[in-house]
Design a protein around this ligand. Structure first.
Ligand code: FPP
Length: 237
């Protein structure tokens, strides 16, 4: 039996003003495609290109954790063909990006249930997790068959199992594309003090400049966690 992969602790520091943990609800793929007269799957394919750009950009900027919502446990309600297409896309994307993830020191893991996923996808995930376990530059987590309420319930009933299905580090910045303003059962616990950014752009159209805008807005926000402003102005009578 081969030795288990070495897992190195992630970086503990991020550049000033950069959110340590960014979470993205990648919404709007279907509408992106439909508005162009394309089948919905084309939106997902374009979305996968965008994922690559987003990961590279976050790595460049010094983000420590990036969590991407790819398939919620409620997405099983979608047509079977779309669900199957998405799982095939995830598996092929993971396989195609693996060398680049390793070369760039990016750790890749998946959160959510695996028992309902096709074996080819489960195998691709396991392979990528093992091969990237030593990455320390950026930890990319992809949420597949994920429900935050289920994760929280599990954490309470099982006391946390110490794996990637347990609760995650606190989210600093949550971005949702696609124009909706809701969390859709994503990282509810971890977003307790997250700064929220809702973008009207569909995910396939999300540009690195959009991210730059959201990040510079984040850098200007004062995060008080229930405390008082760092500098209190006094007014003279
Ligand atoms: C939501 O848009 C998007 C999804 C359910 C799938 C997300 C998948 C990707 C971005 C592709 C690749 C991902 C990885 C990790 C390789 P929607 O279909 O709900 O769009 P709509 O609201 O316009 O219908």
């Amino acid at each position: 039996m081969s030795a288990p992969p070495r897992t190195t602790p992630p970086r503990t520091t991020v550049p000033p003003g950069v959110p340590g943990h960014v979470a993205i609800i990648m919404d709007g793929n279907g509408r992106w495609a439909t508005r162009r007269g394309h089948p919905r799957w084309m939106g997902h394919v374009r979305g996968a290109h965008t994922v690559r750009e987003v990961v590279a950009h976050c790595a460049r900027l010094g983000v420590r954790d990036l969590t991407l919502y790819a398939f919620s446990s409620d997405n099983w309600k979608r047509p079977r063909e779309e669900v199957g297409f998405l799982f095939d896309l995830f598996a092929s994307h993971i396989e195609r990006q693996l060398a680049s993830l390793v070369a760039n020191g990016i750790r890749f893991t998946v959160i959510g249930r695996r028992d309902r996923l096709p074996p080819t996808l489960v195998d691709a995930i396991a392979m990528a997790e093992a091969r990237t376990a030593a990455g320390t530059q950026l930890h990319v987590r992809v949420a597949i068959d994920y429900s935050s309420r289920a994760a929280i319930a599990r954490a309470f009933t099982e006391g946390g199992d110490g794996t990637e299905t347990a609760l995650l580090p606190a989210v600093d910045l949550l971005v949702r594309t696609g124009g909706e303003r809701r969390l859709s059962d994503f990282l509810l616990w971890e977003c307790a003090y997250a700064e929220l950014a809702f973008l009207d752009v569909h995910f396939p159209d999300l540009a690195t400049t959009d991210l730059d805008g959201v990040f510079s807005d984040f850098a200007r926000r004062e995060r008080r966690y229930g405390g008082v402003p760092a500098v209190t102005e006094t007014t003279s009578a």
